[in-house]
Design a protein around this ligand. Structure first.
Ligand code: NDP
Length: 296
């Protein structure tokens, strides 16, 4: 079997176009422009790239983008004061504090100081609890993007066996909650899982979120399974820098029914879902219907 490639780049462009349509409608019919504030502390090069591209895409879909760049030695008090200001700013519907924060800042404290209704990353403890109990929440962007691609490919996920490899708070755990919410039978695997190949071989859906280059070989994949590769790993091969996932794409594509590539799979969906979440937050706070197909 040769797997169908799930084109995350094209899917993300479709989601952004949907968001842009809704934003135009909001402006025309309600005079509201959704606004996303991104806070970056310090000068981590990867974070700077993400923040730049988030700002650019926010403007491209017609939203207002507010960037706050703070010095690496910003105090916790000053950062919390900024978050408080953004919480109380009616022009700001979504707030994202770019992680990781410098070591002297308490990430949990900062994230939990964001108004949960504006927490477009979905990391606030209230949103984690709401998702875990199947209530309306802000859903973390990367798992939301994976869910959208899976729903698009399969229609219903009900009754499918899903394995999520990785149990982080930002990807693995919320991914498992979302799959459970769509009535999959979910296994969460991690570094202590016994006989991981056997666990993965049983799965109709494999979501790999580990951070180890090409760790999952093709012969772990059940014939016809759908593989969502969240991993982004920079490696050097043949003297060149390359991005690879957590799955060995070439061998997995020979057995899977469908697979996301790296790059061009999950990655582009993450920012698209951030924009979708900002739109959702804006609709909710204004008592307007939520955009269809853009939430869990
Ligand atoms: P973390 O490092 O927080 O979590 C990694 C998880 O993988 C842990 O739960 C760990 O288990 C598990 N793990 C590590 N080694 C093994 C192993 N040998 N077998 C099974 N499980 C193992 O990573 P993140 O969740 O933050 O990110 C995962 C990957 O996804 C990274 O490559 C990251 O770059 C990428 N990513 C991509 C995004 C995108 O937009 N596409 C967004 C976010 C992340 P344990 O808990 O036992 O230690």
């Amino acid at each position: 079997m040769v797997a169908q490639v799930i084109d995350g780049k094209a899917f993300a462009a479709k989601v952004r176009a949907q968001v842009a349509d809704q934003v135009a409608k909001l402006k025309e019919e309600n005079g509201i422009t959704p606004g996303l504030a991104v806070v970056l502390v310090g000068e981590d090069p990867a974070s700077q790239v993400y923040v730049r591209s988030k700002g650019k895409m926010t403007v491209e879909v017609g939203m207002n983008s507010y960037e706050h760049k703070l010095d690496v030695d910003t105090s916790e008090e000053d950062l919390l004061a900024l978050v408080d200001k953004l919480n109380n700013d009616p022009a700001v519907h979504g707030i994202l504090v770019q992680l990781p924060l410098p070591k002297h800042l308490n990430e949990d404290l900062v994230i939990n100081s964001i108004d949960p209704a504006k927490d477009v990353d979905g990391f606030h403890i209230s949103n984690v609890g709401l998702l875990g109990t199947g209530q309306k929440s802000m859903v973390p962007c990367t798992p939301l993007g994976c869910l959208m691609m899976l729903r698009d490919h399969h229609g219903s996920l009900s009754g499918m066996d899903a394995v999520v490899i990785g149990r982080s708070n930002i990807v693995g755990k919320p991914m498992a909650q979302l799959l459970l919410g769509d009535s999959c039978t979910v296994t969460i695997a991690h570094s202590r899982t016994k006989d991981l190949p056997d666990v993965v071989r049983r799965a109709d859906i494999v979501v790999a979120a580990v951070g180890r280059p090409e760790m999952v070989p093709g012969d772990w994949i059940k014939e016809g399974a759908t593989v969502i590769d969240v991993g982004i790993n920079r490696i050097e091969r043949d003297g060149k820098n390359k991005l690879v996932g957590d799955v060995d794409y070439a061998s997995a594509a020979e057995r899977a029914g469908a697979i996301t590539p790296v790059p061009g799979g999950v990655g582009p969906m993450t920012i698209a879902c951030l924009l979708a979440n900002t739109l959702t937050a804006c609709c909710r706070v204004n008592g307007l219907p939520e955009p269809e197909g853009l939430t869990a």
